[in-house]
Write a protein that binds this ligand. Structure first.
Ligand SMILES: C[C@H](O)[C@H](O)[C@H]1CNC2=NC(N)=NC(=O)C2=N1
Length: 96
């Protein structure tokens, strides 16, 4: 099972992920895309990466605004898997 990150490790990771904030046991990012189809394209690309990593975000879709929440349910908090997927999501959002 993935190892929970320490408080220091979480703080350090957040300095490298300026779009993300901590919400309890999760990392959260809001992304506003240019249109609903673009938002769905982002969701589809994130779904592919998430399935490949076997690590799945919660995603809230409201028109062209997406809210991603990352947490490792099996570990009961944040792990390197969440930090890694956060970085991948940033890349996908930036790409569009
Ligand atoms: C069996 C499979 O590896 C697990 O159910 C995976 C699937 N995706 C997951 N995603 C997230 N975010 N947390 C998990 O603990 C998790 N577990």
């Amino acid at each position: 099972m993935a190892k929970l990150l320490s408080e220091d490790e979480i703080m350090e990771a957040l300095t490298r992920l300026p779009h993300w904030k901590r919400e309890g046991d999760a990392l959260e990012r809001t992304a506003e895309l240019g249109s609903f189809p673009q938002a769905i394209q982002v969701v589809n690309r994130v779904a592919e990466v998430a399935e490949g990593a076997d690590h799945h975000p919660d995603i809230d879709i409201r028109w062209r605004t997406l809210v991603f929440r990352l947490s490792t349910h099996s570990a009961g908090g944040l792990t390197e898997k969440d930090v890694s997927l956060a970085g991948e999501i940033d890349g996908i959002v930036d790409d569009l």
